[in-house]
Write a protein that binds this ligand. Structure first.
Ligand code: SF4
Length: 190
């Protein structure tokens, strides 16, 4: 078939599907559409790890209404693509965080909220604390104890900018993995 008439891929179905995906996402610039759509379809999974969860709830209350940014908390991890770590993560809770993260389909993103999620906060020297960035890849950190809802909203907007400017969603789909997140799947070899 000529260029004017379009392209026809024949042969191995997997190879043809990969070529068609490359054509649509890379050459036809559909990647930008994927990034735009993903940035405004962030679905945070319900996973309250600590007291920062109150501010998380307030962010989606009528007063702050984070839903207008295109982010809506959802129950089931398998239908979400966004995790907000809400403060302290204990060793016991770390397993739930990891399992939930692994259940979420990619491309997926994470924000760590509160001083405790940055470096332990008031529990910095506690025996039972895990830093969330040790178990899952974090895209944006929010300082504060607790951070106000405006700070959470700002972090969501920053994440949306990162997705659109760096092509985080489309690149993850094209490659099947995200380079900076590799070490979390290969035990630190990424
Ligand atoms: S940062 Fe403050 S509000 Fe958030 S989990 Fe830690 S102690 Fe609680």
């Amino acid at each position: 078939m000529s260029q004017k008439e379009g392209k026809a891929y024949v042969g191995n179905l997997d190879v043809s599907a990969r070529k068609a995906q490359d054509l649509l996402l890379n050459k036809a610039k559909l990647g930008k559409l994927v990034d735009w759509a993903t940035a405004f379809s962030l679905w945070p999974v319900h996973l309250t790890t600590s007291c920062c969860g109150c501010e998380f709830a307030a962010t989606w209350s009528p007063r702050f209404d984070a839903e207008r940014y295109g982010a809506l908390p959802w129950i089931a991890s398998r239908q979400t693509n966004f995790m907000i770590i809400e403060g302290t993560v204990t060793k016991k809770m770390a397993k739930a965080v990891k399992v939930t993260w692994e259940q979420m389909p990619y491309p997926k993103f994470a924000i760590a909220m509160g001083a405790c999620a940055l470096d332990g906060g008031i529990f910095y020297n506690s025996y039972n604390i895990v830093r969330p960035w040790q178990i899952i890849p974090i895209d944006v950190f929010i300082p504060g104890c607790p951070p106000r809802p405006e700070a959470v909203a700002r972090a969501i907007i920053e994440l949306q900018k990162m997705i659109r400017t760096k092509g985080l969603a489309s690149q993850w789909i094209i490659k099947g993995y995200r380079e900076e997140a590799l070490k979390y799947y290969t035990g630190g070899e990424g």
